[in-house]
Design a protein around this ligand. Structure first.
Ligand SMILES: *Cc1c(COP(=O)(O)O)cnc(C)c1O
Length: 397
């Protein structure tokens, strides 16, 4: 039994209700169907199901599961896409969106400021299968114009890059890509589903690591590919369901419950994040504070136009380099040293020695990963406490 809507609903309402499938018991909270398989009433019923299963009929959890389907319908409703396919991790979503649609001889243009594993897919995996990849400075629309060719099949980028928080102009890239019929695939993690309307701005496919803000409490890995029913069911799903990329029902249940509170959490975290960025900007120990909605951000106008909030991550560049950054990290009492983001717990990361350690120094420099850079994912703690923690740690740096 599904909920029926006769009037349009805002994303916050969809986040609580969309996609709910109720069993014969009429439970209020979403059921966890922790089952790999499904029973058929007869051999004929099994044959019919395999011939063509509808959205409410299931065969095997790698292909689909009622709890996973609830999560897919709910996030698609929030994101404003026709459909979504839930994946085992954010990387399964990125890989599934790209490998599902590309073949040998195709050309892809990608913004080069990418999450390390995304860079691995574009630099190592795709070229091994004969896909030509051109990596460019994604912040430069002229570079997109120069790189996109008549035979370009996809444009791929992070709308806000990790960790230097640079933006790519979604509408600008979409216009150039669509002129040659290329598909625009956006990794939208840092923008968050709460602050971005990437599809309205021209994205064809939006991928998330739901490990981040959707879970938001550091428990499960997950991801999702959002797009048209055509792309999701005919392009991404066949590749993902046959190569093992599906989300587990348990993780889907955690993510479903995460979606109910995501908007509230992300807004509270983003409010504290911007407050901290403003309070710390100009601190004598800091060469730079980076936050998309600070006036000092080189793309502040684009950031305000493209995102209704500045996100939950800021970056601090300590003037004293690696030694100062390490003293700062080691002096933190509340903020944890770790490498996730979007969590209820505030987390500090030193990209140069952890997440981006394997990059050559020249590439680090190109991506703005200086020895003093610390990425700060702001959680749900009290803002005064966080400011006191960061201020004391800066004194120690
Ligand atoms: C975390 C992250 C990923 C990968 O997600 P996993 O869930 O760890 O596989 C991809 N892109 C971005 C921007 C991320 O932050």
């Amino acid at each position: 039994m599904k909920d029926h809507a006769t009037r349009p609903r805002h994303p916050r309402t969809e986040a609580v209700h969309a996609g709910t499938r109720r069993s014969q018991y009429g439970e209020v909270s979403e059921a966890l169907f922790l089952t790999q398989g499904f029973v058929y009433e007869s051999a004929e019923a099994a044959e019919a199901r395999f011939l063509g299963a509808g959205r409410e009929e299931f065969i095997y959890a790698r292909y689909g599961n009622p709890t996973v389907a609830m999560f897919e319908d709910r996030i698609a409703a929030i994101e404003g896409t026709e459909d979504a396919f839930a994946t085992a991790s954010g990387m399964a979503a990125v890989n599934g969106a790209l490998m599902g649609m590309l073949r040998a001889g195709d050309h892809v243009v990608a913004g080069r400021a990418l999450f390390g594993s995304c860079l691995y897919i574009l630099e190592d995996v795709l070229p091994r299968f004969g896909v030509e990849v051109t990596l460019i400075d994604g912040t430069d629309l002229g570079a997109w114009r120069d790189a996109i060719r008549p035979d370009t099949k996809a444009a791929f980028f992070e709308s806000v890059s990790n960790p230097a928080l640079e933006l790519v102009d979604i509408a600008g890239v979409a216009k150039l890509a669509h002129a040659v019929g290329a598909t625009v695939i956006v990794d939208n993690v840092f923008a968050t589903p709460a602050f971005s309307r990437a599809v309205e701005q021209g994205a064809d496919v939006v991928v998330y690591s739901t490990t981040k803000h959707v879970d938001g409490q550091g428990r499960c890995l997950g991801g999702v590919v959002c797009g048209t029913t055509e792309f999701v069911r005919k392009v991404a799903e066949p590749y993902l369901k046959h190569t093992g990329g599906a989300m587990s029902p348990f993780n889907a249940w955690v993510m479903l419950k995460g979606l109910e509170t995501m908007d509230l959490r992300v807004r509270a975290q983003a409010e504290t994040c911007l407050r901290l960025a403003r309070a710390l900007e100009g601190h004598p120990k800091l060469a730079r504070v980076i936050h998309p909605h600070l006036d000092s951000h080189p793309q502040a106008d684009l950031a305000r136009a493209q995102m209704t909030g500045g996100g939950t991550v800021l970056a601090l560049d300590l003037a004293g380099g690696k030694e100062a950054a390490f003293r700062f990290l080691n002096a933190l009492e509340i903020v944890l040293i770790s490498n996730n983001l979007g969590d209820a717990k505030s987390i500090a990361t030193h990209p140069a020695t952890t997440t981006h350690q394997r990059l050559p120094d020249a590439q680090k420099a190109m991506l703005g990963i200086t020895p003093g850079l610390v990425r700060l994912s702001v959680g749900l703690e009290d803002g005064d406490d966080l400011l006191a923690d960061l201020s004391a740690a800066l004194d120690a740096a």
